[in-house]
Design a protein around this ligand. Structure first.
Ligand code: HEC
Length: 159
């Protein structure tokens, strides 16, 4: 059985098999490289890159006015007038002269009956209108809060 020829054959076959395994290993290595590059991270890198750029983009590019929260805050800040401002610009026209029977600001006796109704009633009448007086003195863009401040101012001036 152990003739020199068969030993030689064995080494030959063993050599081929070894060579085959080595070639296969090299092939697998090459293939894996090829596949790895074709399934590269390029797409992911692009997404990452874009996201990073968006995050780093200057804030002026972000349209904050389109953000409802921010928008209402801006409007809130822009329009928060003091009671005196509102009174001077809207209410004074009637309440200084007493036009159309408006109780005159500063004339204490003209307010006693009205004060007896309680502030909440005065607020809601000023906001919703009463008799000849239009709601919010005719300036509907005023917030309820601003009308209340104006009422507070009028009452303060009429003590
Ligand atoms: C167009 C004229 C006019 C303007 C402008 C006006 N008022 Fe009057 N207001 C009146 C008249 C008239 C009355 C009396 C109504 C009644 O008692 O029938 C009155 C009454 C009131 C009263 C008393 C309400 C009550 O329940 O007795 C308050 C408070 C008041 N106004 C606040 C305001 C405020 C605040 C403004 C400004 C935002 C304003 N008014 C602007 C005409 C006006």
């Amino acid at each position: 059985m152990s003739s020199p020829t068969s030993d030689k054959d064995f080494y030959k076959i063993f050599g081929y098999i070894t060579l085959g395994i080595v070639i296969l290993a090299i092939l697998i290595a090459i293939l894996s490289k090829v596949f790895a590059s074709s399934v590269s991270n390029d797409a992911y890198d692009d997404v990452k890159q874009t996201a990073t750029e968006e995050r780093l983009a200057s804030p002026e590019k972000i349209n904050l006015a389109s953000n409802p929260t921010f928008k209402s805050e801006v409007i809130e800040v822009a329009s928060s007038k003091s009671g005196k401002d509102v009174y001077n610009s809207v209410c004074m026209s009637c309440h200084m002269s007493g036009a159309a029977g408006a109780p005159i600001t500063g004339k204490v006796d003209q307010w006693t009956v009205r004060l007896a109704k309680g502030n909440d009633t005065l607020y809601s009448n000023a906001i919703n209108g009463i008799g000849v007086m239009p709601a919010k003195g005719g300036l509907m863009s005023l917030s309820d809060e601003e009308v209340k401040l104006a009422v507070d101012y009028m009452l303060e001036e009429s003590k």
